[in-house]
Design a protein around this ligand. Sequence first.
Ligand code: HAM
Length: 414
Amino acid sequence: MAFQKPTGTQDLLPGVVERWQFVEDKARDICRRFNYREIRTPLFEQTSLFVRGVGETTDIVEKEMYTFEDKSGRSMTLRPEGTAGVVRSYVENKLYGEPDVSKLYYIGPMFRYERPQAGRQRQFHQFGIEALGSVDPAIDAEAISLGYQFCIDLGLKGVKVEVNSVGTPAVRAAYREKLLQFLTPMKDSLCKDCQSRMERNPLRVLDCKVDQDKFTDAPSILDSLDEECETHFNQVKAYLTEMNVDYDVNPRLVRGLDYYTHTAFEYKAAGIGAIDTVGGGGRYNGLVADVGGPDQPGIGLAIGLERIQLILENQEVDVEAYKPIDVYFVALGEAAEKEITKQLYLLRQAGFVAERDYLGRKMKAQMKSADRMQARFTAILGDDELSRGEIALKSMESGEQKTVKLTDLAKELK
Ligand code: HAM
């Protein structure tokens, strides 16, 4: 019986993986410019971290976590998102004691037991950032603009930013009452999920894909904001306007994680099938304290890289998918074989991308192989050339061939 990959996972093979590297390079590059530094945290954490951090009544914690007991009977969970682990690490390593804001980024796999579809996997990948230690609305704008600029750097078109303020827990509690007053009379007409959400997490009802049109007259959270929340939100918007980041205010934007306070935002784009959210994030001023740290604020975002890949493909963005090799060695005869093995290593040491045949193929097949690898040059060595300490160098583009000294090979290739 042949094995198959688990449902909702992908093999990223050569040819495709270069498209991922292209995106990851752009992520690292933008983080460099915005002065975010990489953090790598474990792929699994104590289950209670996510229950506390992400929130007990979220879909993620209720239905989607890969939770297992380890051999000592501790409950562990494959990380369903990156923020909780980063915040745990920030607290554990006392990064809050450092004089500057901690500006961190990560790229890596996350795990959620969801029903797979285009842009939704069980093992998926996020590029995320977290900035911890500042309440300045300018850093909200920085985070939002980083994700926006990332999409532009990738060459994506039509990416929209939606922003909202979800207030403080006190603001939300008051809004929750108003919303329940609005929702209760229509409860029976709502979908099953929403009926149960109404009891546990009524704000999530507004996010329902089925019943959207029923909520046009729902009270807006923006009308419930207190002065502090409103001032913060207005400043964030003013900065975004100043920066020319194209955004819309969406008062019905509620994120699927419980830790958000104040700013919440999402990036939307067409071209991922039924799903249109590429990424999202927001401020989480209570999370550090919730997981046992000091009262330090934070803000961050994460972008789904499977979704980025789908849009790149859909918009036919030109991605440099394969990097050609510099030189392909062809040996004719046993002595030549020996010599090219050495020359190959020398060139690789000197920084060239070099390859040879390992299948004992005829010269013609080897030349075809060089073609497939888009070699700039083939270097052909026969007994004659070898006896003179030379090698034939052929430009694959022009077809021009010349004989060069073996000792000059690197110089010639430059
Ligand atoms: P999230 O909205 O749950 O936020 O996920 C962010 C992005 O990850 C989504 O917009 C989507 O592109 C991608 N994503 C989520 N689930 C899947 C899936 N099953 N398959 C493929 N892609 C998926 C967070 O995770 C927060 N930690 C973001 C954040 C960082 N907030 C503050 N800091």
